[in-house]
Design a protein around this ligand. Structure first.
Ligand SMILES: [Mg+2]
Length: 189
């Protein structure tokens, strides 16, 4: 079994980090836990949300250890000892470069599938994989054998609001220690 993991808002609290940047630039005090829209425009007062958020993602300072979710370093590295683990992330060459440096530093045994030319994770063959992503859309477009939706308990994004019925064969997960146990149970149980 191999495991494919999204990065932003699955392993890394990108929403909180963008809010922190926003609050410094605009001298505001937005609470990241209230954000519901993917470009944060429901809470943040960016003049040009799309461009400014992209610029923030391109900044080397965006990628800092303390924004990695609790226990992700410990448990993803434990998974790497037993399984093939790859991060799968979409971005431009600049932000992929900074993101990859952070990944290599804290998850040295994980691979990186970086998508710079395609915007659709459904293009990748994940038919033998567990795929973990915070965007339901990415999971539903994927042929992954197991599709797990990462839902941070403090974040409820609008783009997952239609995740009510369980007919999609998507399971919800929320903590990295629990994800580790779930993989172990499934593969050895
Ligand atoms: Mg994500």
């Amino acid at each position: 079994m191999n495991i494919v993991i999204d990065f932003d808002n699955t392993v890394y609290n990108s929403t909180r980090k963008v809010c922190d940047f926003h609050n410094i630039i605009y001298n505001k005090n937005v609470d990241w836990k209230l954000v519901r829209n993917w470009n944060l425009d429901d809470q943040c007062s960016f003049k040009n949300p799309e461009r400014e958020v992209e610029n923030i993602f391109d900044d080397k300072m965006f990628y800092q250890k303390q924004y990695l979710y609790k226990d992700s370093i410990k448990y993803i590295n434990k998974l790497c000892e037993k399984y093939e683990v790859n991060f799968c992330t979409i971005g431009n060459p600049k932000n992929i470069y900074h993101k990859s440096n952070l990944i290599r530093q804290y998850f040295p045994k994980a691979g990186i599938m970086s998508l710079t030319n395609i915007k659709n994770k459904g293009m990748i063959d994940l038919s033998e994989s567990i795929f973990i992503d915070d965007k339901l859309h990415n999971l539903l477009n994927s042929d992954a054998k197991y599709r797990w939706l990462f839902e941070h308990k403090k974040i409820r994004m609008n783009f997952n609001s239609h995740f009510n019925d369980h007919s999609h064969q998507v399971e919800s997960v929320s903590k990295w220690n629990k994800i580790y146990d779930k993989v172990e149970e499934m593969c050895n149980g």
